[in-house]
Design a protein around this ligand. Structure first.
Ligand code: TYD
Length: 148
């Protein structure tokens, strides 16, 4: 599957990773941020999940996906996301609910440095499928670099 976001700001040359500015509506009552399937992100959103009640010092992720596309948002608080396509690695702190990071296929990601009460919202292109995961970094590297 081809990564379907081409706009936005690239992340350190890492394949198919982009910062995406979300549509926002702010008034005296507060703020409303919008993600529309096939508009804000190129993919159809088939799954939504969120990480919360995160324990201090914990890290999440530590995997890549063969074909899944995701938009990752700090819905509350902040955290650092490190993305790695096997050739380039970059870290970025997500800290505004109005900005998400698009992460396409074949990108190893790690989430860390969660602030207290942080909530990480993830919109995903497919239903949960364990067979889509790389959970072994060396296996991911072999496949993404095309080495045996
Ligand atoms: P895990 O991949 O370790 O989460 P993270 O990437 O945030 O560190 O997933 C934790 C558990 O939740 C694991 O048993 C798989 C399960 N899970 C689902 O059942 N459905 C889902 O959509 C996701 C993302 C995870």
């Amino acid at each position: 599957m081809v990564a379907s976001i081409t706009g936005g700001t690239g992340i350190g040359g890492v394949r198919s990773c982009r910062l995406v500015d979300l549509e926002q509506h702010k008034d005296e009552r507060g703020s409303l941020s919008v993600v529309e399937s096939e508009r804000t992100v190129g993919f159809s959103v088939r799954r939504v999940y969120y990480l919360h009640d995160l324990q201090p010092g914990t890290s999440r992720g530590g995997h890549a996906h063969r074909s899944l596309e995701q938009l990752i948002i700090a819905a509350h608080g902040a955290f650092t996301i490190t993305v790695d396509d096997g050739f380039h690695r970059a870290s970025h702190q997500l800290l505004q609910p109005g900005v998400g990071m698009y992460v396409g296929p074949m990108v190893w990601r790690n989430l860390s440095d969660f602030t207290e009460g942080a909530v990480c919202l993830v919109l995903a292109s497919c239903h949960y499928d364990e067979s889509d995961y790389y959970r072994d970094y060396d296996a991911f590297l072999r496949d993404t670099r095309g080495t045996s």
